[in-house]
Design a protein around this ligand. Structure first.
Ligand SMILES: Nc1nc2c(c(=O)[nH]1)N[C@H]1C(S)=C(S)[C@@H](COP(=O)(O)OP(=O)(O)OC[C@H]3O[C@@H](n4cnc5c(=O)[nH]c(N)nc54)[C@H](O)[C@@H]3O)O[C@H]1N2
Ligand SMILES: Nc1nc2c(c(=O)[nH]1)N[C@H]1C(S)=C(S)[C@@H](COP(=O)(O)OP(=O)(O)OC[C@H]3O[C@@H](n4cnc5c(=O)[nH]c(N)nc54)[C@H](O)[C@@H]3O)O[C@H]1N2
Ligand SMILES: [Mo]
Length: 897
């Protein structure tokens, strides 16, 4: 604690702050131009000059540490004069708002005004105006060379797009392209706009609509990172978003989706009233009609075919409260355990592997462990594109010296920062991981004491991996044996070491086994239960962790507890029996539909038809159903092709509730605007349907908060997480069993929730993928993601993100392209055992010969026509990452038609 006197008042401040931060912490704002709390202070602009007793000259408050007993004066006539002079000099760089633009007072404009610097003291020499980027307007006439954009791009995003060009009076800031922002390496995160004090960099929406008049704190609707943002509105429309500075996960940073991709909310083709399909046409109907129709159809189907003939799919995009109601509806109203979420097609193998080996099927650690880790292993996850804020944190950690191992067949961006890059062949992860384990054991790098105290199964594992030397597995996984040794040594010795993994290790025939082998490595080296360690699945959507956790899983109830374990508690709270017949998961529901055993499917926020593998098999199965209720914001491909009733949901921005992110953190979602049109929160539609089916008393909710209070009663591990605490503490990580519990950032610190408190190693021999390449399908197609498009593309596809990434492409190596006579930008046909599609080729060295990569976001391309029917042996998660295909150049007619 330091005692400092600021402007005559005595204060006590914590830590070792600068004078600027000490003053800020007690509510005294010192003016500054070049400072941003996200950046190391430089003292460059000198506007934050203050007087300190005992110093004959003013000092820069941002770079001078506060000391005990210090006496600071922040405002004197002399300081004001000095600041005004400095501001006047800076203003000569800034040409002021362009004529005719909506006047927006920048932070810098306000400072000039406060210090009496007149507008005729501004520069008048234009330098460059760039409107090439769909979201960011660049008007360097207003640049005062504070370099905040250059620094935040490098120090927070790790991208180095903004550069200082020239020297002295000729100094200017331009993107690395030397030309426009659109042609640069910009990843559109908007951090530069956020920090710019003058509006030299500005959101184009703000230029078009004027600034927001109200801001609401909520959670991003896209990925499982769970960034908190403030959403700016004007006249009930969303016009801007900015990162929350004290958000626990993103700490003042966002990616292009959270920051800019919100226009879908007001899209003209958003469906905001219920509809029923009659004789092939969608007819808008009232809520009453839609609900009555669904209720009577469900009743008819239940009477005739029984509860096993209906299924419900929850939404990884909707709140915990919504998903809790979804599964309760399935169990209490329909009497079936046929309920699932798209965790099935995603990280179900992670939950299974972590659950059986460690006792809890979720991320062991937190994103804050990134900064504590000495080594980070990124396994099958394209983090900078798919979890960009975490990707930026990992890149920063690597630049600060943490060891980084990247395992991916494709040369993703993080490879540039990697100490070791293992370019594994798709589907051969078990072979590689067993070799890594073999090196650890051969070289005696295992944590003998940790293993003895906490872990079973060592002898068995030793025997299993004995033959998996790096030399033995190299021909299988295509990785240099020495690189395998280097990676194993780094992970086992530069501790603490943590791993992050993605779909590159789950969406396989042996996905669960692959994750088990990754957990082996952590246990062998004692990298678990401590800061900077653990096994951390990068969960996909904003609330996929929550959807499954709330009980949208056929064999699990709320809290992810097995049916038999949770039954008594749920029955007590619900006052209703939990069905005992085992339920079907999403993959089995499609199989049951194909057999004619399933008759109705209610799909909440999941475009199953577009995103399930093997469309040519999924489509006829779903088309045969009597009732397909699609509850979404848009007419998805599922709705268009096979839907019979449409229920309009409101988006994340239009309702209250909570999401659970990839690190088990529950955070508050807050309504930013009212529901658009006649749309309603998902839970409310299900509540109405329950009422129409005679179960009104079982769903007595008037708000999301009512539902949350019931969730706390059936989920003891989360009982300490209440809305008021979430408002105050900005998110809590379970376990958090009571109101005084601080939440849990690191699991397994005191052993494992398994028999004897011990974890168990898995002994798994390598087996090849199901759809291995062979003539006539000699190439391996990997499908996955891209920064700008999100999954089904329903949301990002209705934003200017499509300018940045117009459609799915096929990445193909130079060798394969030459051999097949394919040129960059040409159409190619991709054919597998399941189907055939056309894509535009992108010739690149990001993939290696024999391997291809395509995204699956564009409904016009339907990439899942080629992915096959195989799935993980334990969880049935589809083998999206390995499809044997053939590629043919498409011959266009000479007219180009
Ligand atoms: N921008 C954006 N962000 C997203 C999404 C999106 O669509 N767009 N979707 C969200 C969702 S639902 C999810 S689940 C996450 C997914 O995030 P990620 O897990 O990062 O997803 P993918 O890009 O599908 O696959 C990751 C990587 O696995 C690699 N890979 C393929 N096969 C193998 C293999 O056998 N071994 C190894 N080691 N690697 C392999 C691929 O080359 C790819 O780089 O992203 C979420 N975030
Ligand atoms: N080839 C291939 N296919 C894949 C994958 C792959 O790697 N390769 N990855 C798979 C994975 S990991 C996943 S998670 C799936 C994702 O597949 P989906 O779950 O279908 O994809 P999303 O785009 O996340 O969104 C689902 C739907 O939710 C809607 N939505 C958004 N917010 C809300 C809301 O609040 N309420 C309601 N009711 N609806 C809402 C959106 O409009 C969208 O239609 O795709 C899978 N498919
Ligand atoms: Mo996912």
């Amino acid at each position: 604690m330091l005692r400092v006197t600021i402007d005559g008042t005595r204060h006590v401040v914590a830590g070792q702050p600068s004078i600027l931060d000490a003053a800020g912490s007690v509510g005294v704002e010192i003016p500054t131009v070049c400072h941003d709390p996200r950046l190391a202070p430089t003292g460059a602009c000198r506007v934050c000059l203050v007087h300190v007793d005992g110093s004959d000259r003013p000092v820069a408050a941002c770079t001078t540490p506060a000391t005990d007993g210090m006496v600071v004066v922040t405002e004197t006539p002399e300081l004001r004069r000095l600041r005004a002079d400095l501001l006047r000099m800076l203003a000569r760089e800034d040409a002021g708002p362009p004529a005719g633009s909506t006047p927006v007072d920048s932070a810098f404009d306000l400072l000039l005004h406060r210090h009496g610097v007149a507008s005729d003291e501004r520069s008048r020499h234009p330098r460059s105006v760039d409107v090439s980027h769909p979201y960011i307007a660049v008007d360097m006439d207003r640049c005062i060379l504070c370099f905040r954009c250059v620094r935040i791009c490098a120090d927070v995003q790790g991208q180095f797009t903004w550069r200082v060009w020239g020297r002295g009076a000729a100094t200017r800031i331009l993107p690395d392209s030397g030309t426009t922002l659109a042609e640069s390496s910009c990843v559109s995160c908007g951090a530069c706009v956020d920090t710019c004090p003058t509006t030299a960099l500005q959101d184009r929406t703000v230029r078009a609509t004027g600034p927001a008049t109200a801001w609401t704190r909520t959670v991003c609707p896209y990925c499982g990172v769970g960034c908190e943002l403030e959403v700016g509105t004007r006249d009930e429309r969303i016009v801007a978003a900015r990162p929350v500075l004290d958000a626990p996960v993103n700490k003042g940073h966002l990616c292009v989706k959270g920051r800019y991709a919100h226009a879908f909310v007001h899209a003209t083709d958003r469906v905001t009233s219920p509809m029923i399909r009659s004789r092939g046409h969608w007819e808008p109907v009232s809520w009453g009609e839609a609900i009555d129709h669904v209720a009577s159809e469900l009743r008819r189907i239940l009477d005739r075919h029984g509860p096993a003939s209906v299924g419900v799919l929850g939404s990884a995009r909707a709140t915990n409260e919504d998903n809790y109601v979804v599964q309760k509806f399935a169990r209490v109203v329909l009497g079936t355990n046929n309920v699932d979420s798209c965790a099935r097609v995603c990280h179900a193998p992670s939950a299974a592997a972590l659950g059986t080996m460690l006792g809890t099927g979720a991320s062991t650690n937190s994103f804050d462990d990134i900064e504590a880790a000495r080594t980070i292993l990124v396994f099958g996850a394209n983090v900078t594109e798919n979890h960009p804020v975490v990707g930026a944190r990992i890149a920063q950690a690597a630049m600060r010296g943490a060891g980084l191992v990247v395992v991916d067949p494709r040369a993703i961006d993080l490879v540039d920062h990697a100490d070791v890059y293992l370019r594994v062949r798709p589907g051969t992860n078990v072979a590689l991981l067993n070799a890594l384990a073999a090196v650890v054991l051969d070289e005696g790098l295992e944590d003998v004491e940790y293993l003895a105290r906490h872990v079973d199964g060592l002898d068995e594992l030793r025997a299993t991996v004995a033959g998996s030397t790096p030399e033995a597995v190299a021909p299988i996984c295509g990785v240099d044996p020495d690189d395998i040794r280097r990676a194993a040594r780094l992970y086992a010795t530069a501790k603490p070491a943590m791993s992050f993994h993605g779909l590159g290790i789950t969406e396989h025939r042996h996905g669960t086994d692959m994750v088990r082998c990754l957990v082996n490595l952590a246990l062998l080296t004692g990298n678990i239960g401590k800061p900077g360690t653990g096994v951390n699945p990068l969960r996909g959507q904003n609330n996929v962790q929550g959807a499954a956790h709330m009980g949208c899983e056929p064999h699990r109830l709320t809290g992810f507890v097995p049916l038999d374990e949770g039954r008594d508690r749920c029955e007590r709270v619900w006052g209703s029996p939990v069905p005992s017949a085992p339920g079907l998961d999403a993959v089995q529901m499609v199989d049951a539909a194909a057999r004619g055993d399933l008759h109705a499917l209610w799909v909440v926020g999941w475009d199953v038809l577009l995103t399930n593998p093997d469309t040519n098999r999924t489509r006829p199965a779903l088309a045969d159903l009597d009732l397909v209720v699609v509850q979404d914001l848009f007419l998805t491909e599922t709705a268009r092709d096979v839907g019979t009733v449409f229920i309009p949901a409101c988006s994340t921005y239009e309702r209250d509730g909570t999401f659970m992110n990839a690190e088990r953190r529950v955070q508050r979602v807050r309504a930013v605007i009212d529901p658009v049109g006649d749309s309603r929160p998902d839970w409310d539609a299900l509540r109405l349907a329950a009422g129409a089916m005679g179960h009104a008393a079982d769903f007595p909710y008037a708000s999301a908060a009512d539902i949350w209070e019931e969730i706390r009663r059936v989920w003891p591990v989360g009982a300490g997480i209440g809305y008021e605490r979430l408002d105050r503490e900005h998110g809590l990580q379970w376990p958090c069993p009571h109101d005084d519990h601080p939440g849990t950032t690191i699991l397994h610190a005191d052993g494992f929730a398994r028999p004897g408190g011990r974890a168990r190693l898995a002994s798994v021999p390598y087996r090849p993928p199901a759809d291995a390449p062979s003539e006539p399908y000699p190439l391996v197609l990997v499908t996955g993601r891209n920064l700008y498009a999100f999954n089904a593309g329903t949301m990002t596809g209705r934003t200017a993100n499509v300018t940045l990434r117009p459609t799915d492409t096929l990445e193909i190596s130079v060798d394969d392209a030459d051999r097949l006579g394919v040129v960059d930008g040409a159409a190619v046909r991709v054919t597998s055992r399941s189907g055939s599609i056309e894509l535009v080729a992108e010739v690149t060295d990001r993939v290696r010969p024999g391997e291809l990569f395509a995204t699956f976001n564009d409904a016009r391309r339907r990439v899942n026509r080629v992915t096959g029917p195989h799935g993980d042996e334990h969880t049935r998660t589809p083998e999206y990452k390995v499809t044997a295909v053939r590629v043919d150049a498409v011959r266009t007619s000479p007219t180009g038609a």
